[in-house]
Write a protein that binds this ligand. Structure first.
Ligand SMILES: Cc1cc2nc3c(=O)[nH]c(=O)nc-3n(C[C@H](O)[C@H](O)[C@H](O)COP(=O)(O)OP(=O)(O)OC[C@H]3O[C@@H](n4cnc5c(N)ncnc54)[C@H](O)[C@@H]3O)c2cc1C
Length: 411
């Protein structure tokens, strides 16, 4: 059997290892001492802490679902829940906000209705950027009270500078007729991938990573800093062992340092320019509430959402108080976090926080072209890119699994 080295044991690395292991001898190398990458969780004072996010699973792709459930017992190991998200204005409003205009005060309702009528009357134009997209789709009032402040907190950028291509396929596209219909009929959103979701009964997304790390060979505490050719130039040497092929799931920005061949080094300037954001995730005790996600456009504080991880599984809470992860974009220090928590609904009480530098890849107009050119160059040499920061794609777990399934068919 030919040998494949997989760099990284996050969801992408673990998935590709399983997809290839019947045809190749596969070994994973992972910097950390446990599997999972971005989906890692820890226990803090008995509470489950998603170090990033609060990962839930579902997929619109049947092939991914079949693949995923071949590793797990859906009935006994998972709970299934419907998304119960809210946008917290001065009170909780249902999510998505455009379907719950009827819950707002009369003044706001009148303004939003006038906006929708004027959108319906206007001719369809192609919006040049994210700001115009949101205004043309939802009207100025919803833009001002929610879409603008919420998105500015996440992206830390003027929304008029965000090209639309960046969010392709990820944006809700309801027509005015649909918005009105959904408000009259109180229709719930079912099109989004996480409108219902699965969550492990114990240990959250770490349970997924731990299970997928079974029956594959993972070398932990093994950060791969260099990969060179062997003496006769036929194989790649990883951790002093020869391999025929490499699947790289780490950060593409550091790829030129790892391989340092001319064909890869020439991409260094473009890779250095790739834009991204990090996340500061704060584990808190919060008041009991019925929600899965609470979105917070309020400008009084910098956090954009609470993921109510304590509501996903009872075993996530050490006491009868609920826990949740409060998210801030980029680095925030502890004093600022504590100040902000005072302005956040549901009386959050700080337990722990962590900053992760790479959480959101940002695609600009050139990103996909650059990565595609790099992939073509690498694949000639037996190196494949896979995963959120290797491909600089805004993947959810299921999209990462799908990308692994697709890649395994090509290798
Ligand atoms: C805030 C947030 C919330 C999210 N919520 C959800 C959700 O609810 N549901 C969902 O489906 N998805 C969610 N996602 C997306 C999900 O986290 C990603 O799709 C997924 O974790 C990406 O996995 P990956 O393996 O591609 O990358 P990573 O998880 O980054 O894994 C890469 C791994 O490679 C290792 N590595 C890197 N370089 C080296 C090296 N040189 N040597 C050895 N090892 C190396 C790293 O240590 C890491 O373990 C969320 C993401 C974020 C940021």
């Amino acid at each position: 059997m030919k040998k494949v080295a997989v760099i990284g044991a996050g969801i992408s690395g673990l998935s590709i290892a399983h997809c290839l292991k019947d045809r190749y001898q596969v070994k994973l190398f992972e910097t950390a001492s446990q599997p999972g990458g971005l989906i890692k969780c820890e226990r803090v004072n008995g509470n489950l802490y998603h170090i990033v996010g609060g990962h839930v699973f579902n997929s619109k792709r049947q092939e991914v679902l079949d693949w995923f459930w071949s590793f797990f017992d859906r009935e006994n190991e998972f709970v299934k829940a419907n998304r119960n998200a809210t946008v917290f204005l001065d009170k909780p409003i249902g999510y998505p906000i455009e379907n719950h205009i009827y819950e707002m005060n009369g003044d706001l309702q009148e303004k939003i209705i006038a906006d929708l009528i004027s959108i319906a009357k206007n001719e369809q134009v192609t919006p040049p950027n994210f700001e115009e997209f949101l205004k043309l789709r939802f009207g100025n009032t919803l833009y001002d009270i929610y879409f603008k402040p919420y998105n500015e907190k996440i992206w830390k950028q003027d929304l008029s500078e965000i090209p639309l291509g960046w969010l392709e396929g990820k944006l809700p596209m309801p027509s005015v007729e649909e918005i009105i219909f959904n408000n009259f009929s109180k229709e719930e959103e079912t099109k989004m991938v996480h409108s219902s979701f699965y969550y492990a009964k114990t240990n959250g997304s770490q349970f997924l990573a731990d299970r997928l790390a079974e029956n594959v060979e993972v070398v932990y505490n093994a950060e791969i800093k260099n990969i060179n050719k062997n003496k006769d130039n036929t194989k790649w040497v990883v951790n002093e062992e020869d391999f025929d092929l490499i699947v790289y799931t780490g950060n593409v920005k550091v790829l030129p340092d790892i391989f340092s061949t001319d064909s890869i080094l020439k991409f260094k300037p473009e890779l250095e320019n790739l834009v991204y954001h990090g996340t500061t995730s704060v584990l808190c005790e919060i008041e009991k509430n019925p929600y899965s996600w609470i979105y917070m456009p309020d400008k009084k504080h910098h956090s954009h959402r609470i993921i109510c991880t304590g509501n996903f599984a009872d075993s996530n809470n050490a006491t009868d108080r609920a826990t949740g992860t409060i998210e801030f974009t980029d680095y925030v220090d502890k004093a600022t976090i504590l100040n902000n928590l005072r302005q956040i609904p549901y009386s959050p009480r700080y337990i722990e926080h962590r900053y992760t530098e790479y959480t959101y890849p940002v695609q600009t107009a050139d990103t996909r072209i650059t990565i595609q050119k790099l992939k073509e160059q690498l694949e000639i040499q037996g190196i494949y890119l896979l995963g959120r920061f290797a491909e600089w794609e805004y993947y959810n777990m299921d999209a990462a699994m799908g990308a692994a399934i697709d890649l395994s068919k090509r290798i």
